[in-house]
Design a protein around this ligand. Structure first.
Ligand code: GDP
Ligand code: MG
Length: 455
């Protein structure tokens, strides 16, 4: 599979300190494939890759990461920044704004999108959200005059949402229905009017004209484009057509509970420029969540595991210390118990062995991750804590030259750490082995070592 190839590349690029013109090409080709496989439209992919390349070239590779992993981190960050919105103050992706209701009540929300995209369902979900979270009095109306069943459907789901529903008849004109509902909402002091509309299976001139007229008649404060996350490459054309017809203010991405990678989000966001506000996560009336660009990015790329690992390394590891350590590892000879202790404490920052093993893709752990039970993990974590206690009980000199340790000192150390002398001896043996391993792998990194220690 594609992600396997990408993972393989992530591994083969190990040992190179920077992302360069030459090592980035193969990686970017795979990222490009990953995005196309996730159904991101080609022109959007091209743009995106160009931006990533610019950001990646010459980027420092932090700590124990390979350039490949670092690149996946950059791609993921750029994906999240593109699908979401970056807070200029912090540089982090911020959650989208809730539905804008800043209008003379009733605030009108117009729902647009292809047939089957999930407009009617989302209308009810939003009604429930506005009633429960924003304490608003909400009216719904259907302007889908082509399918009487659609009007009934809105009635049913509105009731489930606890919203009032304004009756409409299939023989009326959409604009007449919507203005009647607006008038009713005004006279009965509704805060919000949600206008559900008709869709077509494909974009069609008449439909676009009709919804533009509706928009002019009801002057919505929000015009939401409802789009199916499972829609493939064609999402780009749909988004273009709706953007031309209407000033879109937001996007709702539905059916994210399906098994698609949801690349439509990237295309639609880039084409419309409108924020993705919500994601539909089930058919049920409460199946609506605030859109999480970070989470969705991991899914589009299909490399959530590596992404999570990269993030932990970036936030948990002291870069300077990691670099110093890496330098020592390369020489192998002067790796002492102080470094061993530093390794252990870095490992703890990364969420310990169990957290780490969970995150490593099986390709990187040789398929063993799944076979390591919780009991093994717990034992490994206990061992690590014990080792730390023992090393802490040594003097700095002893940590640098453990071969100096005599039986009496070992007893003192054991007593200080609350362990047996044999535990101290075991630690010294492990340290010996690790020092030998270091020399062999010549700076192969933290990951390998932790694998050994965990397994
Ligand atoms: P409309 O034609 O745009 O009004 O689309 P509908 O609201 O009638 O939805 C079409 C189908 O998609 C229905 O069967 C819905 O139950 C389903 N649907 C809508 N949103 C979601 C969602 O987020 N998750 C899932 N699983 N199904 C959804
Ligand atoms: Mg409908």
């Amino acid at each position: 599979a594609l992600t396997d190839r990408l993972s393989r590349l992530v591994k083969t690029m190990r040992g190179q300190a920077r992302i360069t013109e030459s090592n980035v090409q193969d990686m970017l080709r795979e990222v490009r494939m990953a995005l196309l496989e996730a159904d991101v439209a080609l022109p959007v992919v091209r743009d995106f890759i160009a931006r990533v390349k610019e950001k990646a070239l010459g980027a420092e590779v932090v700590g124990s990461l390979t350039p490949g992993q670092a690149l996946v981190g950059i791609v993921n960050k750029e994906l999240a920044a593109t699908m979401g919105e970056v807070d200029p103050a912090t540089g982090a992706v911020k959650p989208p704004a809730d539905i804008n209701l800043a209008a003379q009540p009733p605030a009108v929300i117009l729902m647009a999108g292809l047939q089957g995209a999930g407009k009617t369902t989302t209308t009810a979900k939003l009604a429930k959200h506005l009633i429960e979270k924003r304490k608003k009095k909400v009216l719904t109306v259907s302007a889908d005059v082509y399918r009487p069943a659609a009007i009934e459907q809105l009635k049913t789901v509105s009731k489930q949402a606890g919203a009032e529903w304004f009756p409409s008849t299939a023989t009326d004109k959409p604009v007449a229905i919507a203005t009647a509902a607006l008038d009713h909402a005004r006279r009965h002091y509704f805060d919000v009017l949600l206008v559900d509309t008709a869709g077509r299976l494909a974009i069609d001139e008449a439909l676009m004209k009709e919804i533009a007229e509706l928009h002019a008649a009801v002057k919505p404060v929000e015009t939401l484009f409802v789009v199916d996350a499972m829609q493939g490459q064609d999402a780009i054309n749909t988004a273009k057509a709706f953007k031309e017809a209407l000033p879109l203010t937001g996007i709702v991405l539905t059916k994210t509970d399906g098994d698609s990678r949801g690349g439509a989000a990237l295309s639609v966001r880039q084409i419309t420029g409108a924020p993705i506000k919500f994601a539909g996560v089930s058919e049920k009336i409460d199946g609506l969540e605030v859109f999480d660009a970070q989470r969705h990015a991991g899914r589009v790329l299909g490399m959530g595991d590596i992404v999570a690992l990269v993030e932990e390394v970036q936030k948990g590891v002291d870069v300077a210390a990691a670099q110093k350590l890496a330098d020592k590892l390369k020489s192998g000879d002067n790796f002492d118990l102080n470094d061993f202790l530093a390794q252990i404490s870095q490992m703890k920052k990364m969420g310990g062995l169990s957290g780490l093993m969970d995150k490593l893709p099986t390709q990187m752990t040789g398929g063993k991750a799944a076979n390591i039970g919780q009991a093994d993990m717990d034992r490994a974590e206990r061992d690590v804590r014990r080792m730390e206690g023992i090393i802490n009980s040594m003097t700095p000199l002893e940590r640098r030259k453990p071969e100096l340790l005599k039986a009496t000192r070992k007893r003192r150390i054991a007593a200080g750490a609350g362990v047996q002398v044999q535990d101290v001896n075991r630690l010294l043996n492990q340290f010996d082995q690790m020092q030998g391993m270091m020399k062999k792998m010549k700076g192969g990194g933290l990951m390998k070592m932790m694998k050994r220690m965990g397994g």
